[in-house]
Design a protein around this ligand. Structure first.
Ligand SMILES: NC(=O)c1ccc[n+]([C@@H]2O[C@H](COP(=O)([O-])OP(=O)(O)OC[C@H]3O[C@@H](n4cnc5c(N)ncnc54)[C@H](OP(=O)(O)O)[C@@H]3O)[C@@H](O)[C@H]2O)c1
Length: 261
């Protein structure tokens, strides 16, 4: 590919403008999601048209988040830079699981999702994956190994790790619960479920805040904002649903943040 083509494809002004607009869009999306629950899982009312199995849906919709940043990484031979290599490995630690392992861990009785929602998720992951790839690999603002000793990288990595552990532990508990009671919802217990209804969402949010800090990038910040826009209203909806469904639901349990919300 001639150099001038690369310049056009990654024009930094265009990239910056697009990323800030994308970030700002998270706010109206969050407001909409306070009134409309994304129709998958327990909130699927069956009014969004044809369905696809949860397994195929998650696999198809999340795969661009693995493939697009990986393509950018390979394109620029990112393994030659320790910083890029670490960014790549940290990102893929989450996304290889989410896209290519998690779907096969879902019980066959997991609720199917609307095809339309899967397509919306796929478009989101194409955009988000492209932004991460563009800011971290194609048009990097950080490429010196000195960054690995910076407090923002170290703190962000710790925050990301804590979020990952919370998210994985909570996901494992939910998947186990579903296997034990096929086709049914039950009250989850143990781990962070002692304090909140949706520790998997809490872990996910913590992870991407850590990612924003460790990459110190607009793409990281935008993804953290979008994750909150998606998952804060959904945690509130799950929490209300649990309370409505189970009269013996633990009264002190909050939706997302222990002791607070
Ligand atoms: N970054 C983002 O913006 C974003 C957005 C969405 C999701 N995610 C992540 O993707 C993962 C999955 O999200 P999700 O919205 O599908 O999570 P979820 O609603 O908590 O469901 C996770 C799995 O557990 C099952 N399950 C949940 N509660 C259960 C219960 N009380 N009893 C029995 N089974 C139960 C669900 O079955 P059903 O499907 O049948 O309900 C589903 O298979 C999470 O880790 C989340 O953080 C990230």
């Amino acid at each position: 590919m001639p150099p001038e083509t690369i310049t056009i494809a990654t024009d930094p002004d265009w990239l910056t403008m697009f990323t800030w607009v994308w970030l700002a869009l998270a706010l109206p999306i969050a407001i909409c999601l306070c009134f409309i629950n994304a129709p998958y899982g327990r909130h699927n009312q069956g009014t969004w048209g044809p369905l696809i199995s949860a397994r195929s849906g998650w696999l198809l919709m999340e795969s661009p988040a693995v493939i697009v940043p990986a393509s950018a990484f390979v394109w620029v031979r990112g393994w030659e830079s320790p910083v890029m290599l670490l960014f790549f490995l940290i990102w893929q630690t989450h996304y290889v699981h989410r896209a290519w392992i998690y779907p096969f861990r879902l019980a066959k009785t997991s609720s199917p999702m609307p095809m339309l929602l899967m397509l919306m998720g796929l478009v989101f992951n194409l955009i988000n994956g492209s932004l991460q790839g563009a800011w971290l690999f194609i048009h990097p603002t950080i490429d010196s190994s000195a960054w690995l000793g910076n407090w923002r990288f170290i703190t962000g990595l710790m925050v990301f790790g804590i979020g990952l552990v919370i998210n994985m532990d909570s996901c494992n508990r939910l998947l186990r619960l579903r296997r034990e009671n096929p086709g049914k919802y039950s009250i989850p217990h143990g781990g962070m479920f002692r304090w909140v209804s949706c520790p998997n969402y809490l872990g996910e949010i913590v992870e991407w805040i850590g990612w924003a800090l460790l990459t110190w990038s607009p793409a990281g910040l935008a993804f953290a904002a979008w994750t909150m826009a998606n998952l804060v209203p959904r945690a509130r909806a799950h929490h209300r649903w649990y309370r409505g469904q189970f009269p013996d639901y633990p009264a002190k349990r909050k939706a997302l943040i222990p002791g607070l919300f």
